[in-house]
Write a protein that binds this ligand. Structure first.
Ligand code: TPP
Ligand code: MG
Length: 280
């Protein structure tokens, strides 16, 4: 990618983070940490990688994205709003009763959401079904599923992984947001996953490990995944939970908590400063 494209991605990721904070603050609840760690990858998917059209969100030929770690929907909603699927004003009513944007993605009510998710482990299974359907239909769309590292402690993830390799789903790309933290501690303390790369490889995946905040590495990994034939790809993206908001970075306490008014002010100032620096 050229410098201009890189700059645009960085700016968009910053805006996605800003929407995340705005949504969670106004909801007085939600999941900022894992949304912020996923923001760069989700931004890349919607702004560079996927063949999608906000004017035609149900196009059967579109690429699909399943946010298997559905609690991180504030980042997904931010990217969808920025892409033009719905007005950004919706973000302010995140998690409000009757609002379009609920605390977990709802494919029936939110344009651009390809799969409802939130019960960890189920999203990747649905993604496998979508990828298999593409094979049956002779369609060449690709399916991207983003998982949390804590989510990978769910047995269902590995059943799905086995299924994906068995069915040679080379149109499936799993991205693990490996931020090292889950709901109440480090992943290694709760039920260690390492070595996760050889685990996915032994389940029959092509495995690529990257820095999930480096757009060049994200691009190279997703490009490489498209060349892999006969097996699915897992991208292990090393990330920082809370990335972009200094006091949230690497803090397990920001998994599922809204900032108070003072914290919100600091977070917004930091993100606005980042955006301003990129626009300078
Ligand atoms: C089946 C199921 N069990 C428990 C939960 C509650 N829960 C929500 S988020 C979470 C931790 C997820 O950690 P991780 O996948 O690492 O997410 P991230 O760090 O990206 O926020 C848990 C246990 C759930 N949503 N689904
Ligand atoms: Mg995690």
């Amino acid at each position: 990618m050229d410098n201009q494209e890189l700059l645009e991605l960085k700016k968009n990721a910053c805006k996605v983070r800003r929407y995340t904070i705005e949504g969670v603050f106004n909801a007085k609840s939600g999941h900022p940490g894992g949304s912020l760690s996923a923001a760069d990858i989700i931004t890349y998917l919607y702004f560079k990688e996927m063949n999608v059209d906000p004017q035609n969100p149900k196009d059967p030929k579109r690429d699909r994205f399943v946010l298997s770690k559905g609690h991180c929907c504030p980042a997904l909603y931010g990217a969808l709003a920025l892409k033009g699927y719905f007005p950004a004003d919706e973000i302010k009513s995140l998690r409000h009763i009757g609002a379009m944007l609920q605390g977990h993605p709802d494919m029936k009510h939110t344009p651009g959401v390809d799969m409802s998710s939130g019960s960890l482990g189920q999203g990747i299974s649905a993604a496998c079904g979508m990828a298999l359907a593409a094979k049956y239909d002779g369609s060449d769309y690709r399916v991207y599923a983003m998982l949390g590292d804590g989510e990978c402690e769910e047995g269902q993830v590995w059943e799905a992984a086995m299924f994906a390799a068995h069915n040679r789903l080379d149109n499936l790309c799993v991205i693990v947001d490996f931020n090292g933290l889950q709901i109440d501690g480090t992943v290694s303390d709760v039920a260690g996953l390492e070595p996760i790369d050889t685990k996915f490889a032994s389940f029959g995946f092509e495995v690529i490990t990257i820095d999930g905040h480096d757009f060049e590495q994200i691009e190279n990994a997703l490009d490489q995944a498209k060349t892999v034939k006969g097996k699915p790809t897992a991208i292990i993206a090393k990330t920082v939970k809370g990335k972009g908001v200094s006091f949230m970075e690497n803090q397990v306490g920001w998994h599922g908590k809204a900032p108070n008014a003072d914290e919100y002010k600091i977070a917004v100032e930091e993100l606005d400063a980042q955006l301003k620096a990129l626009e300078a």
